[in-house]
Design a protein around this ligand. Structure first.
Ligand SMILES: [Zn+2]
Length: 283
C-alpha cells in the first residue's frame, strides 16, 4: 500500500514517526501551516516556522524516503490576534516557493469578523497564485461553520475543484458533497473520525474528491491511521485499487493542481499514465 498523507503536522512529531510512517508505506505528505499551541506574538515567529516547513522538515522526511510538501497561511485561530495580522503581506514570498502546494490552513475557528477577513483575503491569495486552498472547518458549531465556509468559497470566485474542506464528519459531509469542493477527513484515535466510520462514508458518498488524512499533530493523534483506514477498506470489501485511489491518487490529483508536487519517477509515470498532467517536469 502506498500512502500520501495530505494533512499531517510533522513539526510536532518525532523522527521515530517518520521511520514508522515510511515502514507503513507513507511515501509523500503535505504539512499545513497551523497553530502551534503557544500563541505567537510577532510575524518573525511565523517566518521562522514557515522556513522550517520548506527547509528542515523536507530534509528530515527525505532521510526516510518521504517527499515533503507544505501549505502556507495565517491559521484561523491566530487570525484573531492583531499582532499576527502582519503575517499576511509576508505570505506571497512563501507562496512562490517550490513544494508549497496550497494556501492553508485557512477557514474558521470561532467564526469572528477577523477570521472572515483573513479567510477571504487568503482565498484571493490562492487565486492570485493559482494554488489550491485547504480550509479547516471549526470543531465547534461545525455545520454552521461548514456552510459559512462554503459561502465564502463561493463569493471568492475560486474554482471549487481547487478547495478542500477538511475535518468533515457525518453531519457536514452532505453539505460539501455536490459543491465541487474536495472533502477532507481527519482520522483521529478518539475524536473527529475513525477508520470504520470513514469506510461507512466512502460507501455512502463514493471515492471521488475524497482525501483521508491523519492530521497528526501535538495532540492525541496517530500518523498511521491512514494505513488503518486502508486496512479497514480492504476488510470491508473495497479493492486494492480503491485504496490506492483514496490514499494515493486522490491527494496527487488535488495537490498536483499546484504544479509543484515532487514525487519519485515511478509515481510521476503513474500519474502521467492516469492522464493527469499535474507534475511539473524537472523541478
Ligand atoms: Zn491541521
Amino acid at each position: 500500500m502506498r500512502i500520501f498523507d495530505p494533512h499531517i503536522h510533522m513539526t510536532s512529531r518525532t523522527t521515530d514517526d517518520y521511520e514508522r510512517m515510511a515502514a507503513a508505506g507513507v511515501r509523500a505528505l503535505v504539512e499545513p501551516a497551523f497553530w502551534l499551541g503557544q500563541p505567537r506574538t510577532n510575524p518573525g515567529s511565523f517566518t521562522d516556522y514557515f522556513d522550517a516547513l520548506i527547509g528542515w522538515e523536507p530534509f528530515r522526511a527525505s532521510q526516510y524516503g518521504i517527499r515533503h510538501h507544505c501549505t502556507i497561511a495565517l491559521n484561523p485561530k491566530e487570525a484573531n490576534d492583531p499582532r499576527c495580522r502582519e503575517v499576511l503581506p509576508l505570505l506571497p514570498r512563501y507562496l512562490a516557493k517550490d513544494r508549497v502546494v496550497a494556501v492553508g490552513e485557512t477557514g474558521y475557528d470561532s467564526m469572528t469578523p477577523e477570521e472572515d477577513e483573513v479567510f477571504a483575503a487568503q482565498l484571493q491569495l490562492a487565486r492570485e497564485h493559482g494554488l489550491p486552498a485547504l480550509v479547516h472547518t471549526p470543531h465547534r458549531d461545525k455545520v454552521t461553520g461548514t456552510r459559512r465556509s462554503l459561502d465564502v468559497v463561493k463569493e471568492s470566485g475560486i474554482d471549487p475543484g481547487l478547495v478542500v474542506l477538511d475535518h468533515l464528519n457525518e453531519p457536514t459531509v452532505g453539505e460539501v458533497a455536490g459543491t465541487g469542493c474536495w472533502m477532507g477527513f481527519s482520522i483521529y484515535p478518539d475524536t473527529k473520525m475513525s477508520p470504520e466510520r470513514m469506510v461507512a462514508i466512502l460507501r455512502e458518498y463514493g471515492l471521488e474528491r475524497v482525501l483521508v488524512n491523519s492530521a497528526a499533530d501535538w495532540g492525541k493523534s496517530d500518523p498511521l491511521l491512514t494505513l488503518r483506514t486502508g486496512e479497514a477498506m480492504l476488510a470491508a470489501g473495497f479493492s486494492a485499487d480503491d485504496v490506492d485511489r483514496v490514499l494515493w491518487r486522490n491527494p496527487v490529483e488535488f495537490y498536483g493542481q499546484s504544479g509543484r508536487l515532487d514525487l519519485d519517477d515511478d509515481s510521476a509515470a503513474e500519474a502521467t499514465f492516469a492522464g493527469n498532467s499535474i507534475l511539473r517536469g524537472g523541478s
